[in-house]
Design a protein. Structure first.
Length: 218
């Protein structure tokens, strides 16, 4: 476990760690969908949408996304939080909801045109257009730390839909830490779990940098 300001980061399997942590205001996460993104993209031309070359080493033949998370895990995520925002919810066993958060990536090429986050929020479906198309990215956000990296702008948009009194947010599939960076920018308390050492180290660096930026501008 590493403490970085108001972020607490765990290296390990969330199925083991989550039951030991208690309850949180919200889960905001992007779990493995089970679509084999690394292996499928590694077999293609090695280019991102729009003909741009993918960052070196970002797509490798691995099996981290070969299987979706189980119903036991989705049930656990719902039990340890009041509110949930779960990307890829259309791939998992989750109850019906009236509020999906839809991200239009404004892309063309190998990736999906949009992504869907399941929520238990009491509001209508919401849509956000935010370009994430190869080298063409809204706000010129950096990309390349993780094969399914979400934009900080999208995670901040998701968090903004949570009730105003939401303070503690957990991401049990932290990846390279984008949810944590968004939380730092928004003054939230963040708990992150990641089982891959490579991505855990990247997340620590990004979250520490985000905290330093917040203190600098404060």
């Amino acid at each position: 476990m590493i403490q970085i300001g108001n972020a607490t980061l765990y290296l390990g399997d969330c199925a083991v760690i989550l039951p030991t942590l208690g309850k949180f205001d919200a889960v905001v996460t992007d779990p493995p969908y089970g679509i084999g993104i690394d292996s499928s993209m590694a077999k293609t031309s090695g280019k991102q949408s729009g003909g741009m070359k993918a960052p070196k080493g970002i797509y490798q033949t691995t099996n981290w996304d070969e299987k979706p998370i189980t119903k036991e895990i989705t049930d656990l995520l719902r039990n340890i939080s009041n509110w949930q925002i779960i990307f890829g919810g259309n791939y998992f066993e989750l109850p019906p909801t009236k509020c999906w958060l839809l991200w239009d990536k404004e892309i063309n090429g190998n990736f999906a045109d949009a992504e869907m986050a399941w929520t238990n929020l009491d509001k209508p479906v919401k849509l956000k257009r935010y370009m994430w198309n190869g080298m063409l990215r809204a706000n010129k956000e950096l990309r390349g730390d993780h094969p399914t990296q979400k934009p900080i702008g999208i995670m901040k948009w998701c968090i903004s839909h949570l009730p105003e009194n939401t303070q503690t947010i957990i991401d049990p599939f932290m990846g390279s830490g984008t949810t944590g960076v968004a939380c730092m920018d928004m003054g939230k308390t963040f708990i992150g779990i990641e089982k891959e050492q490579k991505y855990f180290d990247i997340a620590c660096q990004r979250i520490e940098y985000a905290q330093k930026q917040e203190r600098l501008f404060a």
